[in-house]
Design a protein around this ligand. Structure first.
Ligand code: ATP
Ligand code: MG
Length: 702
């Protein structure tokens, strides 16, 4: 761990002032950041908590912390680190009142945000075909990423609607509900520093040095955040790789990294040119793929490892064939001695994971989904948290709205509206108001929630005695658990399981000394599409392969990597194809990110037939790999080169339900060959997967 090459050593020891480390994948950028932090503490005598390390995702923050802990000791030795969002939230908890928010404000989740926008549009009689809520949300986000308040936003008329005015109204309503959205967190810290000299000064003087990993993904508002925060000491170290910029769609702007020296005069520039991660063969493929992008900084990236195995590209028949070949490859790697935890499947879109998950389960390959529908984005978890925060005195109007009719309490849309009006008229916070109607006489809609208010009040005295601070009891006695059970056995089982997990998580967090407000903050940050981090090292956590999106895999590394669906429409993604050149360059960078995650073995797959939304597609291989020579990327065709199911004379096709005289009912997974030689692969409900000669299988359509 302690080794560094000369260039890394120089970057680590470079003096005060702005420093840019610009280097390709796997060249030790993150390692250099970690060592520089160690150097600042050990050699320059800077107190750990006065060093700020910033990352983009929770996963990257955890990774940085883990590496710091290895170098410096427990918990990264007290270095302040986190994502832009988490750090901003921490600053706002201190200073939000300057912006007219109570310090106990909450972060709005995407469901509630959408509901709020819908109500806003409805109140103006704007139909969704004139202005779609998603379009308004997207436009507002776009303004916020650019650092523009409603007053500064460009004039934008859309079907005769004044978008700027709606942006202003949206902000006003958020404030009224004491909520901020995710983009607000960063924008509001910038506003604090722009407009309040004393707060800017206070924030600046908290840190002596700021370091940022994956700097290529900063958007203009994050850039300004850093500019303002480091304006005094100018001790800003950033590392990044313009070839790995993959968040253009979120407003990230690579030019910040390329213009760093212009923004920060006298900046030191460091280049790292040796790759310590991948075999030479993998690196050659990565370089060949990225070379085709225009508009990039030419970089040298030399391998330090041996040649290794040539990456493979398997052309498969269809989704199932692809998934089974991937499972077989994973098992092959496993039998060569690689642990499951050193393998990953990195896909372009979450949709791709469905068939993969199914087949991995059947093949008994243990896997862990990272991301997907995040834990905190699930309905039952949001409901449970709403109840819990109301019980613990930190719930607000939107949380009350969320559960006021779950279970059913006879409050339709009208009733819910009335409830909100009654609450607003009282001038009280949601929790105070509930206290009032628990004891006083309630009327109208309020009367419907009075029993719930009473229950909350009766439980509140004993909260300190309960390790989960009342989660289980409130869900049980409010009738919520019953309403979940009513969803049916299968549906309920997984939801109840999730609630139990939440309960454990709350218990653990409370044991760590978090207050309910702090816990809700943590939940809100994790909810921004990150997997729930299990902070306790659970030894019983079974070893598993990782499945995640390419976006999420940034900065990570595995011995063995699979990139499925390397096809036109998937990678490059259809959306990018519709967008033109910029989009396509970004897709190529995504593939580059994927390839460079692998240390030793790399498999790319594509399929001849894809089923999507019930339709069959016959995608072409991705333009990014089509022209790569076989010396760099060894190609293996599918076993059956032609005639896949769909064109067969029989009416049987992939996805058909069939019955077999001895195996029972099943679904067709794939068809190969033609005529008498046709083979069919069927997944039987009881008998598992069988490959049969169609002619003799005596299958019947059902
Ligand atoms: P990415 O662009 O993917 O974020 P990176 O530039 O941040 O990559 P690191 O993750 O820091 O690269 O390093 C890649 C791998 O190489 C890690 O396993 C790291 O420990 C190893 N490594 C880096 N520098 C050295 C070195 N000088 N000697 C040995 N191993 C090294
Ligand atoms: Mg890195």
């Amino acid at each position: 761990m302690s080794e560094l090459n000369n260039a890394q050593q120089q970057a680590v020891e470079s003096g005060d002032g702005p420093q840019l480390i610009l280097a390709g994948a796997g060249s030790g950028k993150t390692r250099t950041i970690v060592h520089r932090i160690g150097h600042l503490i050990a050699e320059r005598g800077i107190a750990p908590h006065r060093i700020l390390a910033v990352t983009f995702t929770n996963k990257a923050a955890a990774e940085l912390k883990a590496r710091l802990s290895m170098l410096i000791g427990d918990d990264g030795g007290g270095v302040t680190s986190g994502t832009f969002h988490a750090l901003s939230l921490r600053f706002l908890r201190r200073y939000a009142d300057a912006l007219g928010f109570p310090r106990s404000f909450q972060v709005i989740d995407s469901d509630d945000q959408k509901a709020l926008v819908k109500r806003l549009l409805k109140s103006r009689n704007i139909a969704t075909d004139r202005l779609h809520p998603n379009y308004l949300i997207g436009w507002i986000e776009h303004c916020k990423h650019a650092g523009l308040t409603p007053a500064q936003a460009p004039e934008h008329g859309w079907n005769g609607i004044d978008m700027r005015e709606l942006y202003g109204e949206y902000q006003a309503q958020l404030k009224q509900h004491e909520r901020m959205d995710f983009s607000d967190l960063i924008l509001n810290v910038v506003l604090l520093m722009r407009d309040f000299k004393d707060i800017a000064e206070a924030l600046r003087s908290r840190f002596d040095c700021v370091l940022v990993d994956e700097y290529q993904d900063t958007n203009p508002i994050q850039h300004e955040w850093l500019m303002l925060l480091c304006a005094g000491h100018r001790n800003l170290t950033v590392v990044g790789d313009d070839d790995q910029s993959i968040y253009g769609w979120r407003g990230a702007d690579v030019s910040h990294i390329l213009d760093f020296e212009r923004h920060w005069s006298g900046a030191g520039l460091h280049r790292l040119e040796e790759n310590y991660r991948s075999t030479a063969a993998i690196l050659e493929l990565a370089n060949a793929v990225i070379r085709e992008n225009e508009d990039r900084h030419e970089k040298v990236l030399k391998a330090t490892h041996e040649q290794g195995e040539t990456p493979h590209w398997k052309v498969c028949n269809d989704d199932y064939d692809e998934a089974r070949r991937i499972a077989a490859q994973l098992e092959g790697w496993r039998s060569r001695g690689y642990p499951w935890s050193e393998m990953a499947i990195l896909f372009r879109s979450n949709r791709q994971s469905l068939v993969l998950e199914q087949v991995l389960r059947e093949s008994q390959v243990p896997y862990r989904m990272i991301g997907g529908v995040g834990f905190f984005e699930r309905m039952e978890i949001k409901d449970a948290l709403a109840y819990w925060s109301l019980l613990n005195g930190c719930g607000d109007a939107l949380q009350l709205l969320r559960v006021c009719n779950r279970p059913k309490r006879g409050l339709g849309l009208k009733g819910q509206e009335q409830l909100m009006e009654q609450l607003a008229a009282s001038g009280l916070r949601a929790c105070e108001w509930l206290g009032l109607i628990a004891t006083g006489s309630a009327e109208g809609a309020a009367k419907k929630v009075a029993p719930m208010a009473l229950l909350i009040q009766s439980l509140q005295g004993d909260l300190d005695e309960m390790p989960d601070r009342g989660l289980r009891i409130i869900l049980d006695e409010s009738g919520y658990l019953k309403s979940i059970e009513a969803l049916g056995e299968i549906e309920a089982a997984s939801r109840l399981e999730n609630i139990r997990t939440l309960q454990e998580y709350i218990e653990m967090s409370m044991a760590q000394g978090l207050t309910p407000v702090e816990f809700m903050d943590r939940a809100a940050l994790l909810q921004n599409s990150e997997e729930m981090q299990r902070n306790d090292d659970r030894d019983d956590e079974p070893e598993a392969i990782s499945m995640m999106s390419l976006h999420r895999a940034k900065g990570l590394e595995f011995d063995c990597v699979v990139l499925p669906g390397v096809e036109e429409g998937q990678l490059p993604h259809q959306r990018a194809l519709d967008e033109g050149m910029n989009g396509i360059s970004e897709e190529r960078r995504l593939l580059y990110v994927g390839i460079t995650r692998a240390r030793k073995h790399l498999l790319l797959t594509s399929a001849r037939l894809r089923r999507m939304f019930g339709e069959s597609h016959y995608p072409l291989p991705s333009r990014f790999i089509k022209k790569i020579s076989p010396e760099l990327l060894a190609q293996e065709g599918a076993t059956a080169p032609s005639a896949i199911g769909m064109s067969q004379s029989t009416s049987i096709s992939i996805g058909s339900n069939v019955a077999h005289p001895s195996f029972g009912e099943g679904v067709i997974l794939s068809l190969e060959g033609s005529g008498d030689a046709s083979r069919v692969t069927v997944q039987f409900k009881r008998a598992g997967i069988k490959r049969l000669m169609l002619k003799y299988a005596a299958l019947q359509m059902i």
